[in-house]
Design a protein around this ligand. Sequence first.
Ligand SMILES: Nc1ncnc2c1ncn2[C@@H]1O[C@H](COP(=O)(O)OP(=O)(O)OP(=O)(O)O)[C@@H](O)[C@H]1O
Length: 255
Amino acid sequence: MTMTETVVEVIDVTKSYAGGAGVRALDGVSVGFATGTFCAVMGPSGSGKSTLLHCAAGLDRPDSGRVLLAGQEISRLREPKLTEARRRRVGFVFQSYNLMDSLSVWHNVLLPQRLAGVRPDRDWAREVMRRVGLAGRENDRPGQLSGGQRQRVALARALAGRPEVIFADEPTGALDISAGREVLALLRDAVDGFGDLGSRSGERSGTAVIMVTHDPAAAAWADRVVFLADGRIVTELADPTAEKVAAQMTAVSAR
Ligand SMILES: Nc1ncnc2c1ncn2[C@@H]1O[C@H](COP(=O)(O)OP(=O)(O)OP(=O)(O)O)[C@@H](O)[C@H]1O
C-alpha cells in the first residue's frame, strides 16, 4: 500500500519578497502531501497559496527550509537538475491553460516530454486523450476549443508524462460551473485510478494532486484541505464538504 508515502514534503519553508515592506509570503510552513491523494490549498488572498505551490513544485526557491520531491531535496538543486526533476516527476495545470496556440492539441500534449528530450509514449498519450474526453480532437488548435476543453488538454499534457504529482493553480478559476466540474472530476479520477494504467511499475495507485483554489465546492473534491493565513498553515480538514470548507474559510478569514 502506497497511500501513506509522502510524495512532496515541505519542511519549515520561509519565503520573503523584497518589494514593499518585505512581505513574508511563507513563514515557516511544514506540510506533507501523500502519494495518490488529492489535497486542496485554501486561504485568503495574499495568504501564500501560490508561493507554497511554487516552492513545493520547484518553480520557486525557498529562502530557508527544505522541499523534498519523491525523497529528493529539490530546494538545493540548481538548474538544469531542478528542471530535470520537475519534468520527470511533476505535471502542471494553470488557470490560464498555458497552451501553445501555434501547436495542435496533440503536439501540446507531447511538448513537455519533447522538451525533456524523452521519447513520447504515444500510446499512453492517446489513452490520456481518451480519458479526458478529447479523442479525435488531436489535430485541433487550442483556439478552436472551449475553455473547459482547453483545460482538459492541459490536464492531458500533465498526465502524459505520468507524473507523481500534479500541481494545479486555480484550475477551474476561468471556467463555468459545469466545465469546472468536469475538470475536477478528471483530477479526482487521476488520483483514484488513471495512475494504474499509467504507472510503469504497476505499484502506484494514482498521481497526487495539490490544488490551490478559492472555491469551497472545488476543494470538496479533495481528500484534504489545508488552510493558510499570513504565510502559515493554520488548520486543515479531512474529507471536506463544500459547507465545512466554506465555514472554515470564514473562520480563517476572520482571524
Ligand atoms: N513576485 C512577488 N513580488 C512581491 N511580492 C509578492 C510576489 N508574489 C507574491 N507576493 C506577496 O506575497 C504574499 C503571498 O502571495 P501569494 O500570491 O502566494 O498569495 P495567494 O494566497 O496565492 O494570493 P491570491 O489568492 O490573491 O492569489 C502576498 O502578500 C503577495 O503580495
